[in-house]
Each structure stands twice: as structure tokens, then as C-alpha cells.
Ligand binder design. Structure first.
Ligand SMILES: O=C[C@H](O)[C@H](O)[C@H](O)COP(=O)(O)O
Length: 222
């Protein structure tokens, strides 16, 4: 937990008065939102664009000014967590079921900073890749993923009930592709009709990774 606090605290240092901030989702972002809300109570003037219902609710509960991409199609900075970050800054996201809106908000923003604790840093991405799938397309997507030699597993929710449904009303599943040697190729391969989005966020999107450690945070930039 202290690692999450340390990376969130460091990310706050990049926030300037008047900014519109894209907000990702997850437990690390929640810590960041709490700190941002404290800064706003002290007089900081910012607005946020949340990328999930959870982040939206938390931001609203804490009194942050919430906007959407309609009012601000180019946020100044997006701050989001990740499930894994490789040595080149490619990411896997969506472990909590949020990925499509996150990719949109991160892509829309002028800058994208990732906040993670050091356990998320890996040499190569190696966990199953979350994907959001239209229910109508599931059978087809399942077949295509099988033909590619990968396994698709529908995400189980609380009490192992299937399926987990995304904020957009779609299925969440995970593609087990083993160790990912080439994230660019896999990201492209997963653009199958019916897959709304996949959880590989390529390094070209990322401006900085803020790694939380026990005794502080390190800012890694490209
Ligand atoms: O689906 C969830 C999002 O992609 C999160 O950003 C990611 O799972 C990291 O979440 P956490 O900060 O809770 O580890």
C-alpha cells in the first residue's frame, strides 16, 4: 500500500493549476484521486475526466469537477495504473475489467503517466491480455483466438459467476498468449471484429512511468 501512496504522491507533483486530468481506474488511481481531492480542497483548480463508473463516482463523491471528452477532447494529462509494465513501457491493463475507456482517455490526452508499484514491473509482459468483447461476437472471437493458438477465458466475477460485464455492457475475457515477445504484433492481431478493445497499451502512448517503492518513487521517462 505504501508503494501506491508513494507513486500517487509523485504523480501529484505533475499536476498544475487549470489542468484537465484524464483519470484511469483501479486501486492505485483511487489513492491518486484521494490526494488530488485534498489538493483541490487546498485551492488547486482542476477538472477530471474519469474513464470508469468507479472513478467517476469516487471523483464526484470527493467533490472534484467532472468533465467528459465532449467538453474537453484533449485532456492535459492522463494518470492511470497498470497490471504490468515491460522494460520498454508497454503495458497490460484491464485486470479490473476497465480498458476501453481507459485507452480512449489515455490516447486523447496530451501526456500519459502510468502509476504502479514496483511489483508491476517486468522484463516482458507475461499475463493473459484482457479483452472487451461484444456478446454477439463471442463465439466467433473464441474460434478466432483458438485458431491463433491462444486460449480465451471468459472472466468470472464474484462467486465465480460468469460473465463479468464492462462499464460499456460488454463481456470481459482474457487471452492467454504466454510470454509476449512482440506486444505490437499481438495488439494488432487482437483487432478482431467483435473485440471492442484489448488491454495492451503500447509504449508509444506512454510518456512516463512512476514506480512506487517502499521509500519513495522513481519517475522513468522515455
Ligand atoms: O481494469 C483495471 C485497470 O486497467 C487498472 O488500471 C489496472 O487493473 C491496475 O489496477 P490497480 O491499480 O488496482 O492494480
Amino acid at each position: 500500500m505504501i508503494e501506491k501512496v508513494n507513486c500517487a504522491k509523485k504523480a501529484i507533483e505533475f499536476i498544475e493549476d487549470g489542468m484537465v486530468i484524464g483519470l484511469g481506474s483501479g486501486t492505485t488511481v483511487r489513492v491518486f484521486v484521494e490526494m488530488l481531492a485534498e489538493k483541490v480542497r487546498e485551492g488547486l483548480d482542476v477538472a477530471v475526466i474519469p474513464s470508469s463508473i468507479d472513478s467517476h463516482m469516487l471523483a464526484a463523491e470527493r467533490g472534484l469537477t467532472v468533465m467528459s471528452l465532449l467538453e474537453c477532447p484533449e485532456p492535459d494529462l492522463c494518470v492511470d495504473g497498470a497490471d504490468q509494465v515491460d522494460s520498454e513501457f508497454n503495458l497490460i491493463k484491464g485486470g479490473g475489467g476497465a480498458l476501453t475507456r481507459e485507452k480512449i482517455v489515455a490516447s486523447a490526452s496530451k501526456k500519459f503517466y502510468v502509476i504502479v508499484d514496483e511489483s508491476k514491473m517486468v522484463e516482458r509482459l507475461n499475463m493473459p491480455v484482457p479483452v472487451e468483447i461484444l456478446e454477439f461476437a463471442y463465439g466467433f472471437v473464441n474460434r478466432k483466438i483458438g485458431e491463433m493458438g491462444y486460449a480465451l477465458k471468459l472472466r468470472e466475477g464474484k462467486g465465480k459467476l460468469r460473465p463479468v460485464i464492462s462499464d460499456n455492457g460488454n463481456l470481459i475475457a482474457d487471452v492467454d498468449a504466454g510470454v509476449i515477445e512482440n506486444p505490437e504484433d499481438l495488439e494488432r492481431e487482437l483487432k478482431i471484429p467483435g473485440i471492442v478493445e484489448n488491454g495492451i497499451f503500447l509504449a508509444e502512448m506512454v510518456n512516463g512511468v512512476i514506480v512506487g517503492k517502499k521509500d519513495g518513487a522513481e519517475v522513468l521517462k522515455r
